[in-house]
Design a protein around this ligand. Sequence first.
Ligand SMILES: *Cc1c(COP(=O)(O)O)cnc(C)c1O
Length: 354
Amino acid sequence: MSQPRQHFASDNYAGMCPEAARWFMEADACGHQPAYGDDIWTQRVSDELRALFQTDCDVYFVFNGTAANSLALASMCQSYHSVICTPQAHIDTDECGGPEFFSNGSKLLTTDPLTPAAQLAKLTPDEVERLVTRRNDIHYPKPKVVSITQATELGTVYTVEEVRAIAAIAKRRQLKVHMDGARFANAVAHLGCHPSEITWRAGVDVLCFGGTKNGIPVGEAVVFFDRALSEDFAYRVKQAGQLASKMRFISAPWVGMLEKDTWLRNGRHANAMAQRLYQGIKDVPGVRVMHPPEANAVFAFLPPQAIKTLQNDKGWRFYDFIAGGGCRLMCAWDTRPESVDAFVADIAATCTAL
Ligand SMILES: *Cc1c(COP(=O)(O)O)cnc(C)c1O
């Protein structure tokens, strides 16, 4: 039997990985369990996440990344505060004002889009410093949080040194550090470091640890390394409609992800598929890859006519509106090498025929 067609639009096109599915079913097989997170699975996975990060962090589970980011930022800000992020930040461009809404108006301050770092969707200590010191009068929303996305919206990855340097400025300026880790697994897989090294040991206060794009059916973990920030967080989650009554079905799949480092293996696989795709298309005439991939996405400019043919005639799905007209070609935990090869062959044939 032939395998179902795969696409390169988003890693959330992929389903759940067998390890997550297995523990999802285990959570069902254990019969009645207390609701709202008092079940054995949520307790167990929270402990396992503390063991993974080697620290006594507070852990919460929500349905999606928008809620994770919005509620985490709301817990770090008053309404008159501001959050420093890049122009590409998901919190600014793709959350429909969720962070502003849940914080009752905290403003997002985006960095200069024209710096070399910004072209790679990265913040720099200099840009943080510039935004913090630009104004200090009462009329300006007081910077309170720096938010970095790891891996970034452009498939790049902050090094441990880069995160440390940003966090050092943040600390000096009394800002908290938030990490949008929708693709945290891909970042750690790329860096080969311990997950603690790129988070709390580098100065990160709160991590939104993505599960969905890494092979979980639904759900993200919000991990508070600075436990003072999680005060009353449970109430925020409930008020926002993010408290799952059968929470075990969100938490139990994480057992499968953490067991034998499935989350990292999934991240590594998706990254490797992006490398394969990059190698396959980088020298195709008419294709201009924006930068070598570090995580699980390749960003490239393709001729407009080729995009049309690939999407409409060849049936490939991928986004072509991200990053100023570039195409985002995203690999997932389950992307097969043959799918990459078929996509590469169609891109090459289409571009060559123009
Ligand atoms: C996907 C994604 C999220 C979460 O999005 P949801 O659709 O709300 O789950 C957050 N940040 C980044 C960078 C993402 O790519």
